[in-house]
Design a protein around this ligand. Structure first.
Ligand SMILES: [Zn+2]
Length: 425
């Protein structure tokens, strides 16, 4: 069977024109809206309460009229109507698995796993038929490891279902079985590399790895550089959630995460739920086409932005940019939203700053923002530096803040990047 016909790699689909793509997604959307309204009690009752019918949603833009489902809504619905909150559509065949994720949240696992999005992502990362892949995601209760396991089967790759932990066993298997692919979190891959080095091994020579596929946590470029250098292989990431599956994946060109054809991803204003223009930062909201767990406009709680510029790899899908943080880390000062990633952006321009913390307080009904910074070493002109930092903060955050330089260790370990100490009475 050719790769094209196997289902996970549709060259024709991945290179659709923009117009064709929009038509395709609109059609899939209308299908899932009708299906969800007909079969999912939770979806039907929510829309009925708003007087909405699936036929009224005719375009991707119309999606804005439908309510957003937050994770907390799902948790609440599941408590009221266990186990799936009325969202799941149970097939005659029954369920193969019931998963549980932090929340607690239950997810139905379909009898035949047919979702090809993770397989598409694994393929784009470079994993191929015949590869031997160490799957270090946790196989217990949460679905990610098993979804990837099934997807590796679609690709024709062999899985070593080791799960996380036990570094020496990971290293031993990696060598004995000539493992060619790694799947797991980037920080765990780094732990393996460090442990191998501690055993006087050179991961570049002593491992047979040719590709690593990472996800499930933030992946700073500095960590990618380190891993790629130490392992001598490409390290590619994908992004998704256990509820709505894979939402974006990197290709060999690593410039953003391609959005699969089989999901709708919106970037919305966290307050209004309205779609934002391309390039603007907002919350990632996804509509999956799952027939077992259809989630329409599920809010992930993660912040990112869309990239439209064509990718040299040939795939024509929109891409998600970096994941910039969580919506719940956001703080409002003087009525303006402040995100930790914005402060990171400011500090990246000042290499002498090694640590910082933003503290927001309130005095006489007025917000006060103080940014504490620790420096690598003393500078000759601290007042000048303070002024430059304050100017940059105002420019990027659009809010005035006062900068205080504190001695090394002056900011407590594990302190919140933005500490909101206002008391609302
Ligand atoms: Zn690409």
């Amino acid at each position: 069977m050719s790769e094209r016909s196997r289902g996970y790699y549709h060259k024709q689909k991945e290179t659709m024109s923009r117009k064709r793509r929009e038509a395709y997604l609109t059609e899939r959307l209308s299908e899932i809206l009708r299906y969800g309204y007909k079969h999912s009690e939770a979806i039907r009752s929510r829309w009925d309460a708003l007087g909405l019918k699936p036929q009224q949603i005719r375009s991707l833009k119309d999606l804005e009229r439908l309510p957003i489902i937050k994770k907390a809504d799902l948790v609440k619905a599941q408590k009221e109507t266990p186990p799936f909150g009325g969202f799941a559509v149970l097939e005659k065949k029954g369920l193969r698995r019931i998963y549980m994720s932090p929340g607690p949240l239950f997810e139905p696992g379909e009898w035949d796993y047919k979702d090809t999005r993770w397989a598409q992502a694994l393929f784009a990362s470079g994993i191929r038929r015949g590869d031997i892949v160490l799957n270090t995601f946790n196989y217990h209760l949460t679905p990610l490891a098993l979804m990837l396991d099934e997807s590796l089967q679609m690709l024709g790759a062999t899985v070593v279902p080791i799960g996380p932990g036990n570094l020496s066993m990971q290293i031993q298997l990696m060598r004995q079985l000539h493992v060619t692919g790694f799947i797991g979190t980037p920080s765990f891959l780094m732990s393996i590399v460090e442990a191998a080095e501690g055993m006087h091994l050179d991961p570049k020579k002593d491992f047979s790895l040719k590709v690593a596929f990472v996800g499930a946590e933030m992946f700073p470029e500095s960590l990618r550089e380190k891993l790629e250098e130490k392992l001598g292989i490409p390290v590619r990431q994908a992004y998704g959630t256990v509820d709505v599956g894979c939402l974006g994946y990197e290709c060999p060109k690593k410039n953003g995460m391609h959005i699969s054809e089989d999901v709708i991803v919106e970037i919305v204003d966290t307050e209004t739920g309205k779609q934002l223009e391309i390039g603007a930062t907002g919350e990632i909201v996804a509509t999956s086409f799952s027939q077992v767990f259809p989630l329409i406009r599920f809010a992930t709680g993660d912040l990112s932005y869309l990239i439209e510029k064509p990718c040299p790899c040939g795939r024509t899908s929109m891409r998600l940019g970096r994941i910039l943080g969580r919506t719940d880390q956001v703080t409002k000062v003087w009525g303006i939203f402040i995100h930790p990633w914005q402060v990171d952006e400011v500090m990246a321009k000042f290499p002498m700053v090694v640590n910082y913390q933003v503290v927001v307080t309130r005095k006489d009904y007025l917000d006060q923002m103080v940014v504490y910074v620790e420096l690598k070493e003393e500078v000759t002109n601290p007042i000048g530096l303070k002024r430059r930092l304050e100017k940059e903060i105002e420019e990027v955050l659009k809010v005035k803040g006062q900068v205080e330089i504190v001695p090394r260790g002056g900011i407590p370990d594990r302190a919140k990047k933005i500490d909101d100490r206002r008391i609302w009475e």
